[in-house]
Design a protein around this ligand. Structure first.
Ligand code: NAP
Length: 266
């Protein structure tokens, strides 16, 4: 009698090679370093920040001398660049098992100033690129008989809406929906998980004092730290039972009502 096993996600079948987009600086860099620490090989993506990407690569190498770390340049607002990025990562490492979609445009516009250019730039970079990279990773996993994980960086403000940063919010809202749709469509080969930080790092629109005050503005008395966000990304990567949902890591900021975006709360 032949026994047929239902296909299932297997953590053992995930190659420990991760592409981190926007890994030259800030949260993307912190995620890349944490992955290196956890024994993953890392494809360090950047657009303009070449020197900082090389620094991330060197720092990953210092953390794990035996690990493989390489930088890749791509403009994620360009669909061809997205496809080439995925192909180059596959060609360089042989196999890969995770993408952390962290690169993001965050430019201010409003319901009255939004135009086709700002909407399109946010849509292509923040929504389409993560979907195309996830699609490419899924095709790679199918070809190689492996499993894979995508982590999409979202934002607590999706659960706590205000109309500032109109295009950014729309693009991340679509990415949150894509997280559900992709998880449904790509199981059991692939898991797709959202991670939604609160205010974690400052923006060019805030002074240090303003940032420190706003960071305290949460039910827990502090919003997320980079360490909290990184730990949540690693948890999403490692927990074989999580898909199609978003982990909010924000000190509970999504439970509060803010009339304006943090960057505009002076
Ligand atoms: N920081 C926070 O407090 C916070 C809060 C909530 C959510 N998040 C989310 O967490 C993620 C990381 O946040 P972050 O503050 O570290 O991000 P960030 O500094 O705003 O952006 C990260 C990187 O995105 C890259 N990027 C922008 N446009 C690109 C394009 N067209 N093609 C390729 N790369 C592009 C840039 O790379 P180059 O410098 O190489 O050009 C940039 O360094 C984002 O998805 C963000 O929405 C962050």
């Amino acid at each position: 009698m032949s026994v047929s096993f239902a296909p299932r996600f297997s953590a053992q079948l995930v190659p420990r090679v991760a592409l981190v987009t926007g890994a030259a600086t800030r949260l993307g860099r912190a995620i890349a370093l944490a992955l290196a620490q956890a024994g993953w090989d890392v494809a360090i993506h950047y657009r303009n920040s070449q020197a900082q990407a090389s620094e991330t690569q060197q720092d990953c190498q210092d953390i794990n001398a035996a690990g493989r770390f390489h930088t890749f340049q791509a403009d994620l607002s360009d669909a061809d660049d997205c496809r080439q990025l995925a192909a180059h990562v596959g060609a360089h490492f042989g196999s890969w098992g995770a993408v952390i979609n962290s690169a993001s445009v965050f430019e201010h516009d409003t319901a009255t100033s939004v135009n086709a250019n700002s909407a399109s730039n946010h849509w292509q970079t923040n929504t389409v690129a993560p979907v195309l990279l996830t699609q490419a990773l899924y095709a790679h996993a199918q070809q190689h008989g492996t499993c894979a994980v995508a982590v999409n960086m979202l934002d607590q403000k999706l659960w706590n809406l205000n109309p500032d940063f109109f295009s950014y919010t729309l693009s991340k809202s679509a990415l949150e929906t894509a997280t559900t749709l992709l998880a449904q469509a790509l199981a059991p080969i692939m898991r797709v998980v959202g991670v939604a930080p609160g205010l974690t790092l400052t923006s060019h629109m805030l002074s240090d004092e303003q940032f420190q005050a706003l960071h305290k503005l949460s039910p827990l008395g502090q919003s997320s730290t980079p360490e909290d966000v990184v730990a949540t990304v690693l948890f999403a990567l490692n927990n074989a039972s999580i898909t199609g949902t978003t982990l909010l890591v924000d000190g509970g900021q999504h439970l509060m009502k803010f009339e304006r975006d943090f960057s505009l709360m002076t």
